[in-house]
Design a protein around this ligand. Structure first.
Ligand SMILES: [Zn+2]
Length: 184
């Protein structure tokens, strides 16, 4: 785990990202074309236990506290919120893209659904992909579930915001499952 000195995008991180991009053949003007900010990694991560697939997950301590409160409140309302994924580092993101390139997909295709390393909100340890029962994870059909309706009504009380809504200005497409904790 690379530890960062606060939420400051230092030159070391920016140059690490630049070399990951060079290795993958990502254009130097990617962030300008996509209109995406560089996403710093957090100074501290807390263990959040296993996700819905049994994989260990991490997030910032404040995100974890907010997620646990929100999940418990939803459960009290009869709504099941499941964690799909939380923190992912820039080098992990590079590995995901590399695997897809190796399987023959084009870079342009991959970058339509995966942010380039350094530009995923998951690097911050504050973004969560959330699922529920009876709906495949990471499908836009999640927005037809009771869980999504509950989140739309209640998530902001816990500090969570839908990052990529349907009418998004971002180049990232609609992701009803992706919620980010905004530090107050
Ligand atoms: Zn996500």
């Amino acid at each position: 785990m690379v530890k960062k000195t606060g939420n400051i995008v230092d030159r070391g991180y920016a140059s690490q990202i630049a070399s990951l991009h060079a290795a993958l053949g990502i254009a130097e003007d990617y962030h300008q074309v996509m209109g995406l900010p560089l996403q710093p990694e957090p100074p501290q991560l807390a263990d959040a236990g296993p996700d819905m697939f049994g994989r260990p997950q991490q997030m910032t301590p404040a995100t974890l506290a907010a997620w646990q409160s929100m999940r418990d409140r939803a459960a009290a309302d009869g709504i099941t919120l499941l964690l799909v994924s939380a923190y992912r580092g820039a080098s992990y993101q590079a590995d995901v893209i590399k695997r897809k390139l190796d399987s023959g997909r084009s870079l342009a295709d991959i970058l339509r659904v995966n942010a380039a390393p350094g530009y995923s909100e998951h690097h911050t340890g504050r973004a969560l992909d959330i699922a529920t029962r009876d709906c495949s994870p990471l499908e836009t059909g999640f927005d037809q579930t009771e869980a999504f309706a509950w989140l739309v009504k209640n998530a902001d009380k816990f500090g969570f915001v839908l990052s990529y809504p349907e009418e998004s200005a971002s180049a990232i497409s609609y992701e009803p499952w992706h919620w980010c904790f905004r530090e107050p």
